[in-house]
Design a protein around this ligand. Structure first.
Ligand SMILES: Cc1cc2nc3c(=O)[nH]c(=O)nc-3n(C[C@H](O)[C@H](O)[C@H](O)COP(=O)(O)O)c2cc1C
Length: 429
């Protein structure tokens, strides 16, 4: 059964050339079992007539905020309360800017402001508008407030430009919207997520570190929260906003990450270790800044603790998912890591020159992963990290439940998950 079955979706349509695709979206949502009401901005009505959406949704379209007749029926607050989720598709640059300001001078903006339910935006605009720092700042701000963004996709645009800014295709939006209703899969669970790099000081101003941005871990923390878990995020030094309602512990070195994670996992159910912990640290930390007197400088390094392996050893009842970022022989290295650390599950990804399509993955917005579990595997294809994180949490939650119920059979579950995912996915162009 579709995850959207019986869900009430308020579809907001704004003034973008992609508004014509919203008709197809209404059909797709209804075909998935959702009940759909449509609210349009005045700009949107210049592109598509409200009658189109009235016919497709089977309900009158909501347009005006100050409409006594509409208030006598389903008023704007009632409509905001009615919805299980609000999807604004297409979301124009101007509408996104209005949301950032918390404006409520048109019906759709007022609904978004008044409603406590998940708000999802599917931006659609010219590449220049999307890439402009104003839009990028606006999007960042909305993300920190918990607003979800689906897309935009890259490709040829109505104006002839090629680049990011196209609205995701309706079938991809329907599939992704369904994923947010997986909430509850981790209800009552405590999930600890480690993220980012560590920094190993050399002297008071220098350190050894790596290219990890922390994005994957932060996305996993947000997805686990959305799935109902209590989430503690142990973060190395990254410049990312803390996802809504996630407890964050900031650390710097591998040793600090180990002690914070040991503490955080007390009473926890699941650990997702995405952090790229430095394997080595300088044997000594110079008290003063090291001077460039010598032609050659040798820095003896010593092994850092293996955070994941040590936490698993200290807490054998904890379900542990590790990450393996590899530049070559992905499967071999990932499986070796799974066994060596004694963990339940591992998510492997190619990094560096081996992953050009994922921008090297570390500092990229997109990635692909392969999950390994008891000799089974599941591929999660290239996708934005927030979407990938939601897919990862879905698989993790099911494997975790299976592991608790019947440890030996959990591998079979991954195979069936894989089949379901293939049938249900559809990344937009
Ligand atoms: C032909 C045409 C196409 C447009 N397409 C887009 C678009 O795809 N995305 C966008 O953000 N703005 C687009 N605009 C500009 C918006 O319609 C304009 O910013 C409007 O104020 C948006 O209002 P709304 O967000 O209240 O619907 C377009 C304008 C015109 C005239």
């Amino acid at each position: 059964m579709s995850l959207l079955n019986g869900k009430r979706i308020l579809l907001g349509v704004t003034g973008s050339i992609a508004a014509y695709k919203a008709g197809e979206l209404v059909r797709g949502l209804r075909a998935a079992g959702a009940e759909v009401r449509v609210a349009m901005t005045r700009g949107a009505t210049e592109f598509v007539a409200p009658l189109t959406f009235q016919a497709l949704s089977g309900h009158p379209v909501h347009e005006e905020l100050l409409d006594a007749g509409a208030e006598a029926g389903m008023g704007h607050i009632e409509l905001a309360r009615w919805a299980d989720a609000i999807l604004v598709a297409p979301a124009s640059a101007d509408f996104i800017a209005r949301l950032v300001q918390g404006r409520a001078d048109d019906l759709l903006a007022a609904l978004c402001l008044a409603s406590p339910v998940p708000l999802v935006l599917a931006p659609a605009m010219n590449t220049g508008m999307w890439q402009d720092p104003a839009t990028q700042d606006n999007v960042r701000t909305l993300r920190t407030r918990g607003v979800l963004l689906f897309g935009p996709a890259e490709g040829e645009q109505a104006c002839g430009d090629v680049g990011p800014g196209r609205m995701l295709e309706p079938d991809a939006l329907v599939a992704q919207l369904g994923e947010i209703f997986q909430s509850g899969a981790l209800a009552g669970r405590t999930v600890v997520v480690t993220a980012g790099p560590t920094r190993e000081p050399l002297d008071p101003v220098r350190f050894l570190s790596n290219r990890s941005s922390g994005r994957m871990g932060f996305a996993v923390a947000q997805a686990a929260r959305e799935a109902g878990a209590k989430v503690i995020l142990v973060a190395g030094p990254v410049s990312l906003p803390t996802p809504e309602r996630v407890e964050r512990l900031d650390v710097e070195t591998a040793a600090e990450m180990l002690s914070a994670t040991i503490k955080a996992t007390e009473g926890a159910d699941i650990l997702v270790a995405t952090a790229a912990v430095s394997d080595y640290r300088p044997r000594e930390v110079a008290a003063d800044k090291i001077k460039k007197d010598a032609e050659e400088l040798n820095l003896p390094l010593v092994r850092n603790p293996d955070v994941l392996a040590e936490v698993k050893q200290a807490r054998p009842g904890l379900f542990c998912l590790g990450f393996a970022a590899e530049t070559s022989r992905l499967e071999e290295h990932a499986l070796a890591k799974l066994r060596a650390k004694g963990i339940e599950m591992i998510a492997a990804n190619r990094v560096g020159p081996a992953a050009p399509e994922a921008g090297g993955t570390f500092d990229s917005e997109v990635a692909e992963l392969t999950l390994y579990w008891e000799g089974q595997k599941e591929a999660l294809p290239l996708a934005p990290k927030d979407r990938l994180a939601r897919q990862l949490i879905t698989s993790l939650a099911q494997c975790f439940e299976q592991w608790r119920a019947e440890p030996g059979a959990a591998g079979r579950r991954v195979v069936s998950l894989h089949a379901t995912r293939k049938a249900g996915s559809g990344e937009g162009g």
